[in-house]
Design a protein around this ligand. Structure first.
Ligand code: GDP
Length: 168
């Protein structure tokens, strides 16, 4: 357990899942707080009292050793899914499974955001949970899945409230 101001959250998912848009929405559209770090698609920003690191996974295996620097002291993981991109759900599952194997992330609470719920044809959170096989997650992992839309803002606070409460 940590003091709130030390909380570190890693936001990850395939590219195009909506990570940047979610953060902008959380920040009230203030883009100025987002600055690219180190030139490989990791962004760092401060949200309320929290440090958020955001990055795209997939297709970047050569830099995986760098990602590990970001795993240290990660309290919370936010995994963002494009619920309307059925074609890439297998990819999404594989990358999530890989990430969760990281020993340094073993204590991190996991929030899965089933994003883009505003789109027709988007899978519902329980359907996403099935595809990602969340029921068979390691029993020690704290996790939750919440449907959301970065466009409407639906679900975002519910999700982050859960995460922050679970960590605190
Ligand atoms: P990132 O690569 O994960 O950072 O994804 P972005 O935030 O750049 O979003 C990728 C695309 O999806 C952009 O065109 C966004 O406008 C769009 N997008 C993000 N969130 C939503 C959402 O909740 N609903 C819809 N309809 N589109 C979204």
């Amino acid at each position: 357990k940590r003091k709130q101001k030390e909380m570190r959250i890693l936001m990850v998912g395939l590219d195009n899942s909506g990570k940047t848009t979610i953060v902008l929405k959380l920040n009230g559209e203030d883009t100025s707080v987002i600055s690219p770090t180190l030139g490989f698609n990791i962004k760092t920003l401060t949200y309320q009292k929290y440090t958020l690191n955001i990055w795209d996974v997939g297709g970047q295996r050569t830099i995986r050793s760098y990602w590990r620097n970001y795993f240290e002291q990660t309290d919370g993981l936010v995994w963002v899914v494009d619920s309307s991109d059925l074609r890439r759900l297998d990819d999404c599952k594989m990358e999530l499974d890989n990430l969760l194997k990281e020993e340094r992330l073993s204590g991190a609470s996991l929030l899965i955001l089933a994003n883009k719920q505003d789109l027709k044809g988007a899978l519902k959170p329980d359907e996403i949970a099935k595809v990602l096989n969340l029921e068979n997650m390691d029993k020690t992992r704290h996790w939750e899945i919440v449907g959301c839309s970065a466009y409407t803002g639906e679900g975002l606070l519910e999700g982050f409230d859960w995460l922050i409460q679970d960590i605190a």
